[in-house]
Design a protein around this ligand. Structure first.
Ligand SMILES: *[C@@H]1O[C@H](CO)[C@@H](O)[C@H](O)[C@H]1NC(C)=O
Ligand SMILES: *[C@@H]1O[C@H](CO)[C@@H](O)[C@H](O)[C@H]1NC(C)=O
Ligand SMILES: *[C@@H]1O[C@H](CO)[C@@H](O)[C@H](O)[C@H]1NC(C)=O
Ligand SMILES: *[C@@H]1O[C@H](CO)[C@@H](O)[C@H](O)[C@H]1NC(C)=O
Ligand SMILES: *[C@@H]1O[C@H](CO)[C@@H](O)[C@H](O)[C@H]1NC(C)=O
Ligand SMILES: *[C@@H]1O[C@H](CO)[C@@H](O)[C@H](O)[C@H]1NC(C)=O
Ligand SMILES: *[C@@H]1O[C@H](CO)[C@@H](O)[C@H](O)[C@H]1NC(C)=O
Length: 674
């Protein structure tokens, strides 16, 4: 028995059973294997009634062919098989899956019953699914492979009985604990054609709960996890609804719990072992088998404890080193292309909600009803698959209430797709610059938005373990949810999409003119301070409701930055305010304006860090430096400045000059009228 098998045999039932039971159990397996007397347990069948075919047509022939493919291929000792019959519009797709622990003879028998029952129960349905305890089988006129489907569904409840058992707090916590882990375990358990996991947990001294989760193995790991989690939610949500046992049966996955060990741990090799010893006396076989199993158990126990210890240790170490865990996370983020196509109605134009530099965005609905935004990246990116996955993993770890959450990704058939949480309102630019279509934002909301964006960028810069520079901060990359909370989107895109591709769009650098800091726009140098610059432009836009003009040709001096600077030096900061604002808080407006101007300083060293900005915004009495004239690189002055820089004796002189000005300005701000 190899190491791998040993893990597979990590036999929790046997551990809790006495040796007498074990013997009986093995005898039972022997009888089952040799005589195949047990019948499959039928649960339910679901036929579509709104889509039917007429008998004696190509479709019905194809369906019969398909069912015979399924029932005949089960002899090949596979627990999952998918097949297609026919072509053109009459194609029939079908699959069967046997429960992960069911011995092959029972699997074969169950699939045999299922093919007969499904055609007699659904004589004219173009789509149907049938569930037995031991297997499920489905067919359809649609392509159903690799696609997570949760409807139709069937639930079995075993109401009970004994309220004492149910009302021990242990029952619920055991149930929750089992189904917290099973979806993950099932998703990652793909061995051969089996995506299956079981788990048991003590509910009290006398009651043990046994849980099982299984997906069709054609699903991506992430789809499997979601499917089993959704299925388990059916009974975990409101503890078990008073049921001592329950099953939730979906077309793509099944979950079940009971208070007795309803699944078996007989694997593929024990029947072989027994069949091999046909003419030796049964007792001898049993003794030998028991000895072998006991030895295996001792070995597995040891292995198991070492595993547990190792796992604990691993948890304590930095998870950067924890390669296995990273793979786990990554797999649970992966969606199948078929699921995404189903969610977005095949990337239909009706579902399209936006188009950006990186690709098109579609609204989608996952089979569990969750709304998502699906970003289909332009496919000519040269980035490799592994690199892309690594970036996705890094980005998915960034979780902050002011960042749009990355839910998953899909990489299949040359597609690169990112799946984000769906944020219901449009982006900030629609609210600011398109007031005809949208209601006006109040000052309260604007201030909240400014603070939220600042916190989101701070998280990207400092709080997350990675230092992420957004590089394209602008109102159209800020989404607003129903409560007008800002959420930054598109962060990490520069990392995720190979840069040569993006440079194609702007011919220079990532980002949008008008928001780009001079050093970035002209020399391609970016740092946190370039994000700070873009943030500053955006703050001034939020205050004024005007877009910063950004044309290189025009030499107009009425762009937003100079306008703001002029109002500021004229000591009439409220002139800058969006005329549509009915009311505002004067010192908040002043503070934001001062922050905005500080952020757009030409010298990056003179711009505050995001940390400083957040402290300015959250602390009402903090002293802020006085801003210098901002960068006007749009109007040729930039060139003058850079020439000056070159003629000066060097960067350090320039630096000390600016910091002394900075100190001066702190004093100056004390005199500035507030
Ligand atoms: C299948 O389950 C539904 C409820 O989910 C029930 O109404 C129906 O009678 C069941 N069908 C069979 C054949 O048991
Ligand atoms: C059948 O009905 C279901 C919902 O009841 C619907 O989703 C599906 O599109 C319908 N199929 C056809 C072919 O009308
Ligand atoms: C279908 O074909 C079979 C044999 O080919 C025939 O016995 C049966 O009557 C036909 N049924 C219909 C509805 O045409
Ligand atoms: C089985 O399913 C896969 C997708 O998981 C599909 O690519 C393949 O064509 C299917 N096989 C058959 C015989 O239909
Ligand atoms: C198994 O299914 C395939 C179609 O997917 C079919 O061509 C083949 O004949 C089947 N095998 C057996 C043993 O029937
Ligand atoms: C579909 O299959 C039939 C036989 O099964 C064959 O005669 C026909 O040419 C096929 N059509 C296409 C478009 O492949
Ligand atoms: C569960 O209970 C059994 C018997 O009461 C005990 O032997 C076993 O160690 C318990 N398992 C756990 C994980 O607590």
């Amino acid at each position: 028995m190899g190491k791998g098998k040993c893990i597979h045999y990590n036999n929790r039932i046997m551990i809790t059973k006495s040796n007498k039971n074990l013997t009986l159990f093995l005898l039972g397996t022997l009888v089952l294997t040799v005589t195949q007397t047990s019948a499959s347990v039928f649960n339910n069948v679901s036929c579509t009634s709104n889509n039917t075919f007429t008998p004696n047509t190509t479709f019905s022939t194809n369906l019969n062919t398909l069912l015979s493919y399924l029932s005949s291929n089960v002899t090949n000792n596979v627990r999952f098989f998918n097949a297609t019959a026919g072509n053109d519009s009459d194609t029939v797709y079908g699959l069967y899956m046997c429960r992960g622990d069911v011995p092959f003879p029972l699997c074969r028998e169950c699939v045999g019953f299922a093919t007969q029952t499904i055609s007699s129960s659904c004589p004219t349905s173009k789509e149907a699914v049938i569930w037995y305890n031991e297997c499920l089988l489905r067919y359809s006129y649609r392509f159903i492979f690799s696609k997570m489907e949760e409807w139709p569904r069937h639930q079995i409840k075993i109401p009970l009985g004994d309220p004492v058992v149910l009302h021990t707090s242990g029952f619920y916590s055991a149930l929750v604990s089992i189904f917290n882990e099973l979806p993950n375990e099932a998703a990652l358990s793909l061995s051969g054609s089996n995506r299956y996991a079981v788990k048991q947990e003590n509910a009290s001294s006398s009651v043990t709960l046994y849980g099982l989760a299984q997906c069709t193995p054609d699903l991506a790991a992430g789809d499997c996890k979601r499917c089993t989690a959704d299925a388990a939610a059916q009974f975990v949500k409101s503890c078990c609804g008073g049921n001592i046992g329950a099953s939730a049966l979906f077309p793509s996955c099944i979950v079940r719990y009971e208070t007795y060990p309803f699944y078996q741990h007989s694997g593929t090799s024990s029947p072989t072992m027994i069949e091999g010893g046909g003419n030796i006396r049964t007792e001898v076989i049993v003794i030998v088998v028991v000895l072998v199993v006991v030895l295996a158990m001792v070995f597995c126990f040891g292995y198991f404890f070492i595993q547990i210890k190792a796992r604990k240790k691993r948890k304590e170490t930095n998870d950067k080193e924890n390669f296995g865990q990273e793979i786990t996370v990554l797999e649970s983020l992966e969606f199948g292309l078929a699921t995404i196509e189903a969610a977005t109605n095949n990337f239909s134009q009706d579902q399209r909600i936006g188009k950006g530099g990186y690709g098109e965005v579609y609204k989608g609905i996952l089979p569990n009803g969750e709304e998502v935004a699906v970003k289909r990246l332009s496919t000519n990116s040269k980035q490799g698959a592994e690199e892309f996955k690594n970036e996705v993993l890094l980005i998915a770890k960034l979780q902050h209430k002011n960042l749009v959450r990355l839910i998953g990704f899909c990489q299949e058939d040359g597609e690169k797709i990112l799946i984000y949480e769906y944020v219901p309102n449009k982006s900030l630019d629609h609210f600011l610059f398109d007031p005809q279509k949208h209601r006006q934002l109040t000052w309260l909301e604007r201030y909240k938005i400014i603070k939220g964006i600042a916190r989101g960028i701070l998280y990207l810069h400092e709080d997350s373990r990675l230092k992420i520079i957004q590089r394209d901060i602008k109102p159209s990359n800020v989404l607003l949810d129903n409560a007008i909370n800002p959420k930054i989107s598109d962060f990490g895109m520069a990392r995720m999409v190979a840069t040569d591709q993006i440079q194609g769009c702007t011919n220079r650098v990532v980002g949008t003119y008008g928001y780009m800091s001079p050093e970035y726009a002209m020399h391609g140098q970016f740092s946190e301070k370039s994000d700070v610059f873009s943030f500053g432009v955006m703050v001034l836009e939020i205050i004024s409701g005007k877009k910063n003009s950004c044309s290189f040709e025009s030499h107009r001096v009425d762009d937003l930055l100079s306008h703001a600077w002029n109002q500021w030096t004229d000591e009439s900061p409220f002139q800058l305010l969006d005329p549509n604002l009915q009311s505002y808080v004067p010192n908040e407006v002043e503070k934001c304006m001062q922050i905005g101007l500080l952020c757009v300083q030409e010298n990056p060293d003179n711009r505050p860090t995001m940390g400083t900005i957040v402290s300015y915004l959250s602390n009402p009495s903090v002293e802020m430096p006085f801003p210098l004239e901002p960068a006007f690189f749009m109007h040729g002055r930039m060139i003058r400045h850079s020439v000056e820089h070159e003629s000066s004796s060097g960067y350090s002189t320039n630096h000390s000059f600016s910091s002394s000005v900075n100190k001066m300005s702190i004093t100056a701000s004390a005199f500035f009228p507030r």
